[in-house]
Design a protein around this ligand. Structure first.
Ligand code: URA
Length: 463
């Protein structure tokens, strides 16, 4: 792929580009990409605008997305597609705001993950960064394919609302230092395309992931951005080479739009932590905020926090200290309260917390003793999706209580008959299909599987 060089501010609104729109139609755009051609700037601007306004049909955009999935895009096409998605809605600017506590300018910084299994990192990370003086305007997403979404997880907290107005987001940034919200009028083209990709098997595409992530992040008003780019079976792009390419593309897109942007490449071969689902991941996040939780979740939270603080030019506080001294937990409670969530359910005791976990449970046990081997993240993601944590039709309601608890992580000792996974759902008929997804996805062996680094590499802009 060629490098992304694009002046996002000037090209989109050129009148000559707009006049070319009158000669464009969806079948021609689809055919061009289907046959391996390069879409012109005018074609991209037109199709994104027309689709956002409901003038390109869902089936036409589905066909175009599949053509992009199969044929790919050049760097210039990705840059234009991203800019057109940004231009489909509002772009927030919070740079004039000051913190209420001391009148200092907001250090506006965010992170985004390319999607993983058990990836609840936003939930502990945002409060850690708040407690260190950052201001996080996070436009978050819902579940996509086999991966969970931060909004679906946080909405497991009764009353929590992600539908925030711009002034509410600004107020939260000033008063408490964060807001986690549905993108709403930010990049509305992405909102429609994201939902369509989720149900048309077009998620695993570098141009579509890069433009989806970056359109929201450019529009949301952060000045610095850290991208958690996943590598491994549970990632949309499983190979390291593809993930590197994705990270570089996103970093360059961010840079072209004036954001300090970096990426970490992180392992997603096995699920993160011991909980995968919606409410169950919030409970695990609370454990981390209370100073405990699984090592990998804590390590990744702190690594991303350090990158975010560095990118935002903040070095006053050690992120790990905020988990020990309770200030990150206080920030999380302030965030949930500001967004209408019920604080009484934010308990880490008993093990499943006070949040609603699926009423039916089913436990899979070890057939023999030994050492737990690798657990295939994709299989666990699909199993959780089958239990009801994700969608198979646009707009479907997800089950807050659906999820899987992983009792034995790779490398841990296990006795014959020990619980390995507990599956939770409100719909007993979903258990069989979920169990089938897990068949062959894990094993107990004689020795521990090879240890992989959680953080594989760090990628920063070269320009
Ligand atoms: N996150 C997004 O916002 N979009 C994607 O396509 C994948 C992850």
């Amino acid at each position: 792929m060629t490098h992304v060089t694009f002046d996002a501010r000037s090209a989109w609104s050129r009148p000559d580009a707009r006049s070319a729109w009158s000669r464009l139609d969806a079948p021609t755009v689809i055919r061009t990409k289907r046959d391996g051609g390069v879409l012109s700037e005018a074609a991209i601007d037109w199709v994104i605008d027309a689709y956002t306004r409901g003038q390109v049909a869902e089936e036409q955009m589905s066909a175009l997305l599949m053509a992009i999935f199969l044929r790919g895009m050049t760097g210039q096409e990705i840059a234009r597609w991203t800019a057109a998605m940004v231009a489909s809605g509002e772009r927030f600017d919070f740079t004039d705001l000051r913190r209420d506590c001391d009148g200092r300018p907001l250090a506006l910084v965010d992170k985004h993950s390319t999607g993983g299994v058990g990836d609840k990192i936003t939930i502990p990370l945002v409060p850690v960064v708040m407690a260190c003086g950052g201001a996080v305007p996070q436009a978050a997403g819902r579940g996509l394919g086999h991966t969970g979404g931060t909004l679906d997880k946080l909405e497991a907290i009764p009353g929590f609302s992600a539908e925030l107005t711009k002034s509410q987001i600004g107020r939260q940034l000033r008063e408490i230092g964060a807001a986690i919200f549905a993108a709403g009028e930010l990049a509305p083209a992405d909102r429609k395309i994201y939902a369509l990709r989720d149900v048309t098997a077009t998620t695993e595409s570098l141009p579509l992931i890069a433009s989806s992530v970056m359109s929201k992040k450019i529009a949301e008003g952060a000045r610095a951005l850290v991208l958690d780019t996943k590598v491994g079976s549970g990632a949309f792009l499983p190979t390291e080479a593809e993930a590197r390419e994705l990270a570089r593309t996103m970093v360059e897109l961010g840079h072209a739009h004036g954001l300090v942007t970096r990426a970490l490449l992180t392992d997603m071969s096995v699920p993160l932590g011991r909980a995968v689902g919606n409410a169950i991941e919030v409970v695990e996040s609370l454990e981390v905020l209370a100073g405990g939780g699984p090592d990998d979740v804590v390590q990744l939270t702190l690594a991303l926090a350090a990158e975010m603080l560095d990118a935002a030019g903040l070095d006053a506080k050690d992120p790990a200290e905020t988990l020990r001294d309770g200030t990150a937990m206080d920030c999380f409670r302030a965030l949930v309260a500001a967004q209408g969530g019920d604080l009484t359910v934010l308990s880490v005791e008993p093990a499943t917390g006070a949040l609603p976990i699926g009423v039916h449970s089913d436990t899979i046990t070890a057939p023999r003793g030994g050492t737990m081997g690798d657990i295939d993240a994709m299989a666990v993601g699909l199993a959780v999706w089958r239990l009801g944590a994700g969608r198979s039709a646009p707009g479907e309601r997800v089950q807050s209580g659906a999820g899987i608890r992983i009792h034995r992580r790779p490398g841990e000792p296990v006795q014959a008959g020990d619980p390995v996974f507990t599956l939770y759902t409100d719909t007993p008929a979903r258990v069989g299909p979920a169990r089938s997804e897990l068949e062959g996805a894990w094993a107990v062996g004689e020795s521990a599987p090879p240890v992989r680094p959680l953080i594989i590499d760090r990628i920063a802009a070269t320009v």
